[in-house]
Design a protein around this ligand. Structure first.
Ligand SMILES: NC(=O)c1ccc[n+]([C@@H]2O[C@H](COP(=O)([O-])OP(=O)(O)OC[C@H]3O[C@@H](n4cnc5c(N)ncnc54)[C@H](O)[C@@H]3O)[C@@H](O)[C@H]2O)c1
Length: 354
């Protein structure tokens, strides 16, 4: 749900209505708390049955079982009952950890999401996957756990650093390219504005962008929420990236790793004559407009090949590498040879310097 007034404005009933006087524990990213904590605390004390607020220094390094345990311990000590609700306020890391904690707490407690990053709003909050990293692997432990709901308030994005904005735009580009051509075209016209104004203007475009991205994701996820089918177009950009992120010691934000993956995957499709060079060129132009990376030292044939084996295992033997065919249409590659990757990387380098 989107709100027209700030989510923590005392006069805004949206959150209070959703939580219905049930006991809640709030877990908030400490950066978000520093920026919006005063409003959050006033709202929690005057409009909600809040039994505790836990701050959490969110980063990919902190997306661990220990952090999940801290959340659960805090809730138990605060006396959150079985029928209580966890409220997560923050980016994808916070939402994923709190969702996983809620799935485990008393064998399953409800939780509510208030995303404060673009990735959190258009991607994390649309699905039901919760989790933490484990054993050097992304999201290795977790659960499918359906949230009670969520509220999107794009005003939070005003304080996001540029790299988090571009990371969020990468996930929207993903959806536009494969699922909603008019979203992709909207980004071609306004992506730079959304990036430079942190989604604050033009307001109608920001809202349309968010809504289109969320709806397209929902349509795609809804028939396959529990992922019985491991061929998912929304995994575009999520094959090499799952390896790139930990391999960079999480210096690469999730969205930038996804962007690099989409670039290589699109170049592979061009090399295989599945998709036009023009689409790759348009993708690169969009990356330039919103400061997404076109290269990274880890994007080399040898390291990208390393990413494929664990992904094959994760997808039960099939690689299912998503590549675009044209705007709004994708397909899957089941094998990638080193020579194909070599050629794709050379193509990325060529189109990148133009
Ligand atoms: N569950 C899913 O389906 C799903 C989908 C996509 C991504 N993810 C996960 O989401 C995570 C990435 O999410 P993310 O990009 O939001 O990362 P994040 O939660 O680490 O947030 C990014 C940074 O922005 C800061 N921040 C958050 N809100 C802010 C605000 N309003 N103003 C200023 N700073 C703010 C955070 O403190 C952090 O430093 C990854 O762990 C990824 O695996 C999960």
């Amino acid at each position: 749900m989107h709100v027209s007034q700030p989510v923590f404005e005392l006069a805004n009933d949206a959150l209070a209505d959703k939580l219905q006087n049930r006991k809640i524990v709030v877990v908030v990213d400490s950066t978000v708390d520093a920026l919006y904590g005063e409003m959050l605390r006033a709202y929690a004390s005057q409009r909600l049955e809040c039994v505790g607020i836990k701050t959490f220094a969110a980063s990919e390094h902190m997306k661990t079982l220990e952090s999940l345990q801290d959340v659960v311990t805090f809730a138990a000590e605060a006396g959150l009952p079985r029928k209580g609700i966890f409220v997560a306020v923050g980016g994808g890391v916070t939402l994923d950890i709190v969702g996983a904690a809620a799935a485990m707490y008393r064998r399953g407690t409800e939780f509510f999401r208030i995303p404060t990053t673009v990735v959190g709003a258009v991607d994390v909050s649309v699905g039901i996957k919760q989790g933490v990293n484990f054993g050097g692997k992304k999201n290795f432990l977790g659960a499918f756990h359906v949230p009670l709901g969520g509220i999107n308030d794009p005003r939070f994005f005003a304080s996001l650093p540029r790299r988090e904005l571009s990371a969020g735009l990468a996930e929207i580009i993903k959806v536009g390219l494969l699922l909603d051509p008019s979203l992709f075209e909207l980004l071609e016209r306004h992506g730079e504005d959304l990036f430079t104004t942190a989604f604050q203007a033009p307001q109608s475009v920001a809202l349309e962008t968010m809504m289109r991205a969320e709806l397209a994701m929902m349509r795609e996820l809804q028939p396959n929420l529990w992922e019985h089918d491991l061929r998912r177009l929304v995994d575009f950009g999520h094959t090499f990236s799952s390896w790139l992120e930990p391999a960079s010691a999480y210096a690469l934000p999730h969205g930038h790793a996804v962007a690099l993956d989409m670039l290589v995957s699109t170049a592979l499709a061009v090399e295989a004559r599945l998709c036009s060079y023009e689409l790759l060129r348009r993708l690169v132009a969009m990356y330039r407009a919103v400061e997404l990376p076109l290269e990274h030292p880890l994007v080399r044939t040898s390291s990208l090949l390393e990413a494929l084996a664990p992904m094959r295992l994760h997808r039960e033997g099939a690689l299912n590498l998503v590549v675009p065919v044209e705007l709004g249409l994708g397909t899957y590659l089941q094998d990638v040879e080193p020579e194909q990757l070599d050629r794709a990387l050379r193509l990325v380098a060529r189109v990148g310097v133009r």
